[in-house]
Design a protein around this ligand. Structure first.
Ligand code: 3HC
Ligand code: NAI
Length: 698
């Protein structure tokens, strides 16, 4: 027995209690302990049943992800599951907290399952770029049928115990101490003469149209392969004897283990947890937050207020005029109406949030008691400075003063107050009550506990918060500006916006850059180009064709025409021939002979531009770690999770290859494609971005 399993005897029942905090992952020692425990129980006189239960907050959260990529160690999980299932004793799993992945697979190899009402089960391996690898794709369909099993496996969703009971995944749901209610259940089963019930002996379920299911899953996954491969594993289990199905599952699991997508997804899993873990904030207590102030109730202010209300904060929103205040209230009510419709809140909660918890005012004095204010007024430095001056006058000492600015200098905004140490940037993404990303922008004088408070707010709102420094666009928008420029250059040189969007959607982006521009509104980019025109470097190549379209009053989706033409009632748009004409016109004016771009070249240029700028963001200290950039792009910019983020993508390509590509592009346009010194340095010292993550964690 290993020290991860506590063995105890209760008359004729043996309890194997897993003690591997924090989440009872199935490390080698846990697997060994369970195997030894089964051996011992079977060898002992008078034992009739074994119950497996978890200590702490979960039954079992699955295989130990930290062991992935290392040489596999015996006993292997599929063999352990088979061994448990084959036991001559009656085996019961008593589940609480989560039973995920290998955890549910262990439970499925038991003969009966009892769960706490609050328990959740699931096979989330697809979120790690894998499929269940210890019989999940074989046993679950036999137990509940192919379609519900495929839904669970290909989505990886968590299923609450009452629903798991309805679906037949668990046999009983009962509140109480997992060991006590579990033991009572085992006793009841023994007294009623219940027989062993190995799922492997159940008949194979009815088949479905496998090719159609495979194709549909592949399409839904936008290029992610593991959910579609899970269909094949389930198919093998239905068409072949159990042992053959297990072998097919193992083969697919092992193949996926060696894919880039698995590496990317697991990088995303750990980075998502590491991103809020800042060494500089160790031991720093955040300030208390109860009441939040929001200045400006437009698109962003209303979204921020909605998010805060839904997370239990009271909100005081300030607008300029009564009419605007009324409109802001309506906007927030509209957002909350959505939450009501989706069942996230009930009517009583809706009434409370739009009534008592929210107050809208035109008087800054109403902010006297708030603990933190987020300013979301127009993107104009003078307006922002004026607002911060007023906040300084009315907010109580210790109140955190935050700006939601997209680009402006937070140091300059802080200087408009007498308390720059309380000022920070909190850059939300639109729609703010939906998007997961929050950039916490730390200015020169921001106090540490104010930074900690920014992160605490992000956590309370359910956001992924990333630390960023001050520069034009912080981490995300600054990098976006560069890769968007790379896309614009490709358009000038001959790749159509539609070909670029298609290539990048195939790469895995939720939307291509031109479809995104139409969604955000072309007027935003137009205004920025006008603002920057005076200070532009002469060698900078900026296309003007889209300005011609804006001059005609076409701003994208909101006006029905942009890069694409949008018809009412139809999803998506069709290419706009006027855009193609304007591009050709500009190419003629500039004397450019358009050339062919392959999809691979489009992706390479776009990604290299992203990585190169990201490396500059890192070396300037705007982002502290590569993983901060990866999480920014993943949660704010629709970057495909299965690549892990741009820095992980670069590591997977090999940094020498990325640098060589950038140097190659620089031969035609040395001004735009200046290789980041950090990239060259990493190549020279034979390191990559992941090494920088590891160095930062030390
Ligand atoms: N292996 C190793 N470590 C794990 C782990 C796992 N399966 N699951 C969680 N952890 C670690 C986390 O990294 C974190 O470590 P840290 O404190 O050092 O950052 C710690 O446990 C606590 O996790 P969270 O911060 O995520 O805690 P939450 O309470 O928010 O969430 C959870 C708990 C729901 C279990 C969540 O961690 C989770 O979803 N884990 C992954 C579950 C999973 O994907 N299981 C399938 C594994 S693959 C598999 O089983 C293959 C098999 O089919 C062969
Ligand atoms: P918006 O124009 O929709 O809303 C601004 C609101 O502020 C208006 O309702 C206006 O009446 C109000 N306002 C202006 N001056 C005010 C003052 N002195 N006091 C009180 N209210 C005042 O603008 P939006 O899009 O909500 O942007 C707000 C801020 O958020 C900007 O700084 C913008 O850069 C930033 N941002 C915008 C994003 C977006 O996608 N729209 C994303 C992230 C940040």
């Amino acid at each position: 027995m290993t020290d991860k399993i506590a063995y105890s005897r209760h008359d004729d029942i043996v309890v194997l209690r897993i003690e591997n905090p924090p989440v009872n992952a199935l490390s080698q020692a846990v697997r060994q302990g369970l195997a030894d425990g089964m051996d011992r129980a079977e060898a002992e006189e008078g034992v009739r049943a074994v119950m497996i239960v978890g200590e702490g907050r979960a039954f079992i959260a699955g295989a130990d992800i930290t062991e992935f990529g290392k040489p596999p160690m015996e006993p292997h999980l599929p063999n352990l599951c088979n061994r448990i299932e084959a036991s001559p004793l009656l085996v019961v799993a008593s589940m609480h907290g989560v039973s995920l992945g290998g955890g549910l697979e262990v439970a499925l190899s038991a003969h009966y399952r009892i769960a706490q009402p609050s328990a959740r089960v699931g096979l989330p391996e697809v979120h790690l770029g894998l499929i269940p690898g210890a019989g999940g794709t074989q046993r679950l369909p036999r137990l509940i049928g192919v379609e519900p099993a495929l839904d669970a496996i290909t989505t990886g969703r968590h299923i609450k115990a009452p629903q798991a009971l309805e679906m037949g995944i668990v046999d009983r749901v009962e509140e109480g101490d997992p060991q006590e209610v579990g033991l009572a259940y085992v006793r009841e089963l023994l007294d009623s003469g219940a027989e062993r019930r190995p799922i492997c002996e159940m008949p194979a379920p009815a088949p479905i149209d496998w090719d159609a299911a495979y194709e549909a899953t592949l399409k839904k996954g936008r290029g992610q392969i593991s959910p579609a491969e899970a269909v094949r594993a389930v198919q093998a289990g239905v068409e072949k004897p159990f042992e053959e199905g297990m072998k097919a599952e193992r083969r697919i699991f092992s193949e996926l283990m060696n894919t880039d997508q698995r590496q990317g997804m697991i990088h995303a899993f750990f980075s998502e947890r590491a991103v809020g873990n800042l060494p500089e904030l160790k031991g720093v207590e955040p300030r208390e937050l109860k009441a939040i102030g929001v200045i400006g109730g437009g698109t962003m202010g209303a979204g921020i207020a909605t998010a805060a209300l839904l997370s239990g904060f009271s909100v005081v929103l300030i607008e300029m005029k009564e009419e605007a205040a009324k409109a802001a209230h309506e906007r927030i009510s509209g957002n909350l109406q959505g939450a009501l419709k989706r069942g996230k809140i009930d009517q009583a909660k809706f009434d409370h949030l739009t009534g008592t918890a929210l107050s809208v005012s035109t008087e800054y004095d109403s902010l006297a008691d708030v603990d933190l204010v987020v300013e979301a007024v127009f993107e104009d430095m003078d307006v922002k400075k004026d607002v911060f001056g007023k906040l300084d006058a009315v907010c109580k000492p210790g109140c955190v003063l935050a700006s939601n600015t997209s680009y402006l200098d937070v140091n300059e905004i802080a200087a408009a107050t007498k308390r720059p140490e309380d000022v920070i940037g909190l850059h939300f993404f639109s729609p703010a009550h939906v998007m997961k990303l929050l950039e916490v922008v730390v200015a020169d004088k921001t106090a540490k506990d104010v930074v900690a408070t920014g992160f605490a707010l992000g956590k309370a709102l359910g956001k992924v918060s990333v630390r960023a420094g001050v520069c034009d666009g912080f981490i995300g928008n600054r990098i976006l500006a560069t890769y968007r420029t790379a896309a614009d250059h490709m358009v000038l040189d001959g790749a159509s916006p539609y070909k670029i969007d298609a290539a990048l959607e195939k790469f895995g982006f939720a939307m291509g850059p031109f479809a995104v521009a139409d969604l955000a509104g072309l007027d935003i980019g137009w205004a920025t180009r006008k603002r920057k025109a005076a200070t532009r470097h002469p060698e900078e190549r900026v296309p003007t064709y889209i300005d011609r379209l804006c001059e005609q009053g076409h701003f994208g989706q909101k006006t029905g025409e942009g890069y694409y033409i949008y018809e009412k009632g139809k999803r998506g748009g069709t290419p706009n021939p006027e855009v193609t004409r304007l591009i050709e016109e500009e190419q003629k004016e500039r004397g450019i002979t358009p050339r062919e771009f392959t999809e691979a070249e489009i992706v390479r240029r776009y990604m290299c531009a992203m990585v190169n700028e990201a490396a500059k963001v890192l070396e300037e200290g705007i982002a502290k770690r590569p993983l901060d950039i990866d999480m920014t792009l993943l949660f704010g910019y629709g970057f495909p999770r299965y690549w892990g983020g741009p820095m992980k993508w670069a590591d997977i390509q090999g940094l020498p290859n990325v640098l060589a590509a950038i140097e190659g592009f620089a031969e035609q346009d040395p001004w735009f494609w200046k290789p980041a010194p950090l990239l060259a340095e990493l190549v020279k010292t034979n390191r990559n971005f992941d090494d920088l993550n590891k160095e930062a964690a030390k």
